[in-house]
Design a protein around this ligand. Structure first.
Ligand code: C2E
Ligand code: MG
Ligand code: MG
Length: 559
């Protein structure tokens, strides 16, 4: 580089502190946006300017300003050792006071940006509580300082928060989170003054999840009392812009050293306990224990085993007949899934269907069921047995875009007409499916398939949907009919439901009928079909085929 160029750069540097400033500002912004390590960014800035300054200094070795610039170069290199605090060198202050002031201002700005970036990365911007990362590192510190004393972790998950967010909008949802955080702060502050010697940590982990860590507690009874206090505090209605909002808190509690000795294991245990509180209906706390740990382990193992069960061909179907209360004949049958678990033996659907639904593996299982039902119906048809077979459809299955085309393909491959097929949707699934799915269901029905709602009376029913849904049959939930023999009010309810269903033109099937007296009452009330142990338990295919021959001679050829 020629003398003139160095002079130009030197002049530009001296006169262009503003440009330098904006360059460093944009690097600071980059640091915030890209979350680059601040030391790396500061070193890049310092390094670039050092190169430039030492070049200028070497080009003008004897001038006072060159020596000052060389000192500035050293100062900038000190950034590599983390020095963002020392002022500009005195020689620079003396010869180029403006540049020295600009350098000091820039270091102050870089420090402020870094602090800001730290603050933004460590605190939840909605509630101003520490976030997950900050909580983890602070709780780790507190735990290591606790030195063998008992500590407690509380996981707080709000009940019904999603419905507030959905109905009132995210801005109101955020306001509610702030109010919840404030109520938690009040509980924590009160406890700190009353019962606790060391300050607890309160944080928002994500969404509607909060967590509290108490570094030193006297007994588990103390923590349970605090958990109850939190549940009560959150159960009080919140005034949200003219709305009174009712939510609740499900709280999981774990204790160190009983349930873990690291923050990670305590958080895992508190999380499991929180799910227990949630499954009990929310608005309460659960303390982690061995039974919860075993149940959780079992759930994880079931999840793992389920993913391989389809490939390993571990599923089978049983068949439970349905009887017509009008003609006394077999009105059809329901295919019910069983899992031949390699270790546990035969497992019933309630031990794995909810887990399969949660993980999504139900779609593969559902595919297997449909293929199997199609294959069974195909072989029955070739043997001259014509029986309509119902099977259960999980809401997760119909979410797949090609569900209906694959279903048609499966029965088409086996040359089974859709009139031999009945699809059972649970009440809540039937109420929630999209319009597009309703159109597909309508098309299946138009092509002969029977459409049923299963377990009617357990969920929330939209009467309008009941009227507009393409529907043939409604299966009453067992809980509706359990007491009809002995309870007049139960009979009144069932009678009203039967009238409603008849009103929309559907047939009624009563499920889990266990006594002849129940069947008689249901017949008098106008129920058309029953399924239950009083007539037959679910059976394997061979047993089922024998059963229908014995129950109804000649039935193998009856369509
Ligand atoms: P669901 O579809 O309502 O099936 C009826 C359940 O009631 C069956 O239990 C049946 O064995 C039982 N049951 C029948 N008669 C009686 C009785 O007289 N008394 C009592 N106490 N129970 C009776 P299972 O086979 O354990 O199935 C339970 C649930 O699992 C089914 O309820 C269904 O929701 C689900 N499920 C079964 N197979 C499948 C499947 O292939 N796919 C999906 N998605 N779910 C299935
Ligand atoms: Mg069913
Ligand atoms: Mg049912």
């Amino acid at each position: 580089m020629r003398e003139g160029t160095a002079q130009k750069i030197s002049n530009a540097l001296l006169s262009g502190a503003a440009g330098f400033a904006s360059f460093v500002f944009s690097l600071s912004a980059m640091l915030y946006i890209t979350e680059l390590n601040e030391k790396v960014v500061a070193s890049i800035v310092a390094g670039a300017f050092c190169l430039l300054i030492s070049y200028i200094a070497s080009e003008r070795p004897n001038s006072e300003s060159a020596r000052a610039l060389a000192a500035l170069g050293d100062r900038l290199l000190a950034v590599e050792d983390g020095d963002l605090v020392s002022p500009a060198p005195p020689s620079l202050q003396k010869t180029m006071p403006k540049l020295a002031a600009a350098v000091d201002t820039l270091f102050a700005e870089v420090r402020a940006s870094i602090e800001n970036a730290h603050a933004l990365g460590m605190y939840d911007p909605v509630t101003s509580l520490p976030n997950r990362l900050h909580f983890r590192s602070e709780a780790d510190k507190l735990l290591s300082e606790a030195e063998g004393s008992r500590s407690a972790m509380l996981f707080v998950d709000l009940d019904r928060f999603k419905s507030v967010n959905d109905s009132l909008g995210h801005a109101r949802g955020d306001q509610l989170l702030i109010m919840v955080a404030n109520r938690l702060r009040v509980v924590v502050t009160a406890e700190f003054g009353e019962a606790l010697q060391r300050r607890p940590l309160l944080a928002r982990l994500a969404g509607d999840e909060f967590t509290l860590f108490f570094p030193e507690i006297q007994s588990s009874a103390d923590v349970e009392r605090i958990a109850r206090r939190i549940a009560l505090a959150i159960a009080e209605p919140f005034e949200l812009c003219g709305h009174s909002v009712d939510i609740g808190a499900s709280i999981g509690v774990s204790i160190c050293p009983d349930h873990g000795s690291s923050i990670e294991s305590l958080m895992r245990a508190a999380d499991i306990a929180m799910y227990c509180a949630k499954s009990l209906g929310g608005g309460q706390h659960c303390l982690f224990d061995e039974q919860l740990a075993a149940e959780h382990q079992d759930k994880i193992e079931t999840e793992r085993a389920l993913t391989e069960a389809v490939q390993r061909d571990e599923f089978l179907l049983t068949f439970q007949p349905q009887l017509s209360l009008v003609t006394g004949e077999i009105a059809g049958a329901e295919a019910l899934l069983r899992w031949n678990h390699p270790r546990d033996g035969l497992r019933m659907p309630d031990t794995f269907i909810p887990i399969a639904e949660k993980t999504g593996v139900i779609s593969d299982i559902g595919d297997w069921v449909i293929t199997e039902v199609a294959s069974v119906l195909g072989s029955w048809s070739r043997e001259g047995i014509s029986r309509r077979l119902a099977f259960n459809v999980s809401p997760r299955q119909v979410e797949r875009a090609d569900f209906f085309s694959r279903l048609r393909q499966s029965f088409g491959d086996q040359q089974v007409p859709l009139s031999m097929v009945e699809l059972e949707f649970t009440e809540s699934a039937a109420m929630e499916v999209s319009k597009a799915v309703l159109v597909e269901i309508g098309a299946l029905r138009a092509d002969g398939a029977t459409i049923s709602i299963d377990d009617f009376g357990t969920g929330y029913s939209n009467i309008a949907r009941l009227r507009t849904m393409p529907l043939d049959r409604v299966k009453l939930d067992p809980s509706l009919i359990a007491d009809i023999e002995h309870c007049a009010r139960a009979r009144v309810v069932v009678q009203a439901v039967i009238q409603l269903i008849h009103g929309v033109g559907c047939e009624i099937v009563a499920e889990a009928v266990e006594t002849v007296a129940q069947a008689d009452i249901l017949r008098t009330m106008g129920c058309q079909a029953v399924q239950g142990y009083v007539f037959a338990h679910p059976m394997y295919e061979d047993e089922f085929l024998d059963w229908i021959v014995n129950a109804n001679p000649g039935s193998r050829s009856v369509a």
